[in-house]
Design a protein around this ligand. Sequence first.
Ligand code: 5GP
Ligand code: ZN
Length: 145
Amino acid sequence: MVHNYDDDCIFCKIIKGDVPSYTVYEDDDVKAFLDISQGTPGHTLVVPKTHVPDIYAYDADLAAAIFSKIPKIAKAVKDSNPEIKGLNILINNGKVAYQSVFHSHIHLVPRYTDHDDFGMTFKDNSSKYDEKAYTDIQNSIKSQF
Ligand code: 5GP
Ligand code: ZN
């Protein structure tokens, strides 16, 4: 894997060891370390060991290298604590989607109860959609491939 770093990027500094982190796993492709915020206990970030700002910057090889590691890291996080009942896995892309560090990363957020310190809401807007509204969106996405 090619390792490109951005000197101003906090996660590149962590990857290089210039900034300390609580690393739980690493190999040639990824580094996984505790998110400083610990949204819930065990909250872990998985980062590619090359500077890619967001999901749109991945090619298929990078995606394979990174995402193929997620199940085993997720399992290790889950198995680390019998209180962990579930795990949310998410990637924020863009400021509006709550991305604050522009070196792509995957959040593994252990879940303990349905009223722990993590929340996510998907509003059900289906009553506002008819056949045409769905197919217009479907076609605008399909036409991008
Ligand atoms: P984002 O909002 O971009 O999806 O997530 C960035 C995450 O990086 C945040 O949850 C934040 O707590 C974490 N973070 C920011 N700076 C550092 C740092 O220096 N060390 C660690 N371990 N986590 C960081
Ligand atoms: Zn970086």
